[in-house]
Design a protein around this ligand. Structure first.
Ligand SMILES: NC(=[NH2+])NCCC[C@H](N)C(=O)O
Length: 408
């Protein structure tokens, strides 16, 4: 049987990808909640959807199959039992069982058809949506104080983070931020209940119940045998060690996990905000974390009991070593200009999505970085981003590759 997940590199020809088209959840952001929900502003939804459709079309035009997370979820709701199971999990994770109203909310959700159900769970459920229900609890009566029973999930369009394909397996991530933790529940549910995935025996390298966080923006599959993981604001060293052990002990081809330390701050929340692979031997980097020569804190983890861990201090040299290359080219986001480089990194100039070796999708607004990529022989496919960018993520964050062709 064809494996539903097959990711042996960052750059092999992309053949299938998982996206989420932003919806009503974006309109449930308010100035009071946006910071907690990890947004810097409130995007204008119709424009954002247009941009997202443009992005999806750009992929389809290149023969990439685009799957949507909400449709996959709907497909799993064929039986009432699976639907109930998911609603229960969602309510549990939203901590709604603790204080009454969960029964009313559960009934409200279960009366919906599958499409309405999934839309509401993503958009969030307002206390005032359950008009008929007699209010029994103080927190329900004080609905102005906090308007939601179920919080909106505005970050779901960053499908990269809740899970990552590695080889023919998957890392289903315990996410660091409370606002995003339910997202990986969707992926876990799809893997176990969607016919396309459930019939395959997909190894799970990281389980979302692990106690320390890891997010997909930090997980980069450099080659069949080398995985790079950022140790960052969102990913802990303990999770890196845990997944490394599972990969080495399981049936994976990964032989080296390269842990790359980056500053714990919002601008560089994941490794893919400052480092992506664009060709066999070319990478984007950002001056904030990697200088021209590539100095940084790096550790290589290899099989052993205890794991063998050795330190490196130079990104360029480490990439040459682990990928067995004689030269490596680091292309700085925004070039040498300090202002352009800070601006373009903030707008996800380094967050490229490779769709084939030497061919990437980027935001058009990052023209300094885009020109520089082209000067280095990379094909750059630009997409619009006035609204999408407000969630602080670019084309790599907005996509979860499911299958890529093997590299030649
Ligand atoms: N892989 C990435 N860089 N993802 C960006 C995610 C942005 C999102 N607002 C968050 O804070 O989580």
């Amino acid at each position: 049987m064809k494996q539903p997940i097959q990711i042996n590199s960052e750059i092999g020809k992309l053949t299938s990808v998982l996206l989420h088209r932003p919806g009503k959840e974006i309109e449930n952001l308010t100035p009071d909640s946006m910071e907690q929900l990890l947004f810097d502003d409130i995007p204008y939804l119709p424009a954002m959807q247009k941009e997202h459709d443009f992005f999806a079309d750009a992929l389809r035009q290149r023969d990439i199959e685009v799957l949507y997370i909400d449709q996959l979820m709907i497909d799993t709701f064929e039986t009432e039992e699976v639907k109930r199971l998911f609603v229960d999990r969602m309510l549990q994770e939203s901590r709604l069982t603790a204080n009454g109203s969960s029964e009313a909310l559960k009934n409200y959700l279960l009366e919906m058809d599958s499409k309405q159900l999934i839309d509401s769970m993503i958009a969030g459920v307002l206390k005032e949506d359950l008009k008929e229900q007699k209010k029994q609890h103080l927190y329900e009566m004080m609905s102005r104080h906090y308007p939601f029973y179920l919080d909106p999930m505005p970050n779901l369009y960053f499908t990269r983070d809740p899970a990552a394909g590695i080889g023919s397996g998957i890392s289903i991530n315990p996410m660091s931020q409370h606002a995003r933790q339910r997202e990986s529940l969707f992926v876990e549910h799809i893997i176990h209940h969607h016919p396309r995935f459930a019939s395959a025996d997909t190894p799970v390298w990281m389980d979302r119940n692990f106690d320390f966080p890891i997010e997909g923006g930090d997980e980069l599959v450099l080659s069949e045998s080398v995985l790079a993981i950022g140790v960052s604001e969102r990913t802990s060293a303990r999770a890196v060690e845990h997944i490394a052990k599972n990969l080495f002990n399981g049936n994976s081809k990964v032989e080296k996990v390269v842990a790359v330390e980056i500053p714990k701050k919002r601008a560089s929340m994941h490794l893919d905000t400052v480092f992506t692979m664009v060709d066999y031997d070319q990478f984007t980097t950002h001056a904030q974390v990697v200088d021209k020569d590539g100095h940084m804190n790096i550790f290589i983890l290899e099989r052993g009991d205890p794991l063998r861990i050795s330190k490196r201090t130079n990104l360029k040299e480490t990439l040459k070593e682990v990928l067995k290359l004689s030269e490596v080219n680091l292309i700085p986001c925004g070039g040498e200009d300090k202002i352009a480089s800070a601006r373009e990194q903030w707008n996800d100039g380094s967050n490229t999505l490779a769709i084939a070796p030497g061919s990437v999708v980027t935001y058009e607004r990052n023209y300094v970085s885009n020109d520089l990529l082209r000067e280095n022989g990379i094909e750059v496919i630009e997409v619009q981003s006035s609204e999408l960018v407000r969630g602080r993520g670019g084309p790599r964050c907005m996509s979860m590759p499911l299958t890529r062709e093997p590299l030649k």
